[in-house]
Design a protein around this ligand. Structure first.
Ligand code: HEC
Length: 226
């Protein structure tokens, strides 16, 4: 047994150690509280409009966290599908049908929805997207990206990623997509009943038929699909 009459907790050295660290802990807490408060004030002052551009800090932080959240072994996976014209065409059609609403047929994100989200749909022809590994793209497409407009796609169990791999072939092809391909994709873009009606009216007008009770479609602003 120790002869020291003081218990461990009462010992002057030990008490000093705890007090020193308590002070450091309290200082750290106050700094975090101040930063949180400042961030809160900044949000209140700037509002929460989706029209704003994310700041550089937000962009770097979000991308770094996303990168770290995808395990290394998943990032290392390569596209198992061979790059054939048939699979590329399937990926292109799938893209036109499911992804182009936000990303645009050309992948530059210049659509009504894509450029008004927060964060915006990125220009996927650029290096920032093209440098993502196949595995990283797969994780993003399969799981989506939390707190952004990017939804999760495909088979949730991850048993069949065929369509996602086809899409990844097409994303790699985006920087060299041709005008001819873009033309074919336009025909694959989803069309709302309202837009279909407008197209029918436009066709009827061009064919000389006046069987329309609505204003001429050229008076109605068309949805953009680059
Ligand atoms: C409702 C809008 C929307 C749709 C539809 C959509 N995305 Fe996205 N996507 C986004 C947004 C917004 C981002 C940017 C998220 C961010 O900044 O973290 C994004 C990011 C991505 C990225 C990461 C790019 C990068 O550089 O960070 C990939 C890959 C992607 N989308 C693929 C797809 C595919 C494939 C489809 C269709 C199957 C699709 N997206 C459909 C909104 C959408």
């Amino acid at each position: 047994m120790s002869n020291d009459p003081l218990t461990d907790r009462q010992h002057p050295n030990r008490t000093g150690f705890v007090r020193r660290h308590l002070t450091a802990f309290a200082t750290l807490l106050s700094i975090f509280a101040c930063l949180g408060g400042l961030a809160g004030l900044w949000i209140i002052a700037h509002g929460v409009s989706a029209r704003d551009q994310p700041t550089v800090i937000e962009k770097v932080l979000a991308r770094t966290l996303r990168h770290l959240a995808i395990p290394l072994e998943n990032r290392r996976i390569n596209n198992p599908l061979p790059l054939t014209p048939e699979l590329l065409a399937l990926g292109r059609m799938h893209w036109a049908d499911h992804c182009a609403t936000c990303h645009g047929n050309d992948g530059r994100g210049q659509t009504e929805i894509g450029r008004n989200l927060y964060p915006k749909a990125p220009d996927m022809t650029l290096w920032a997207t093209q440098k993502l590994t196949d595995g990283e793209m797969l994780a993003i497409i399969r799981n989506g990206i939390r707190l952004t407009g990017m939804p999760a796609w495909g088979d949730a169990s991850g048993h069949d990623d065929t369509q996602n791999w086809e899409l990844i072939h097409f994303i790699r092809h985006l920087p060299k997509v041709t005008q001819e391909e873009l033309g074919q994709m336009k025909a694959m873009n989803p069309v709302s009943p309202m837009e279909r009606k407008e197209e029918q009216q436009e066709d009827a007008f061009l064919n000389g038929s006046d069987a329309t009770d609505s204003p001429h479609p050229s008076a109605v602003k068309k949805k953009e699909k680059p």
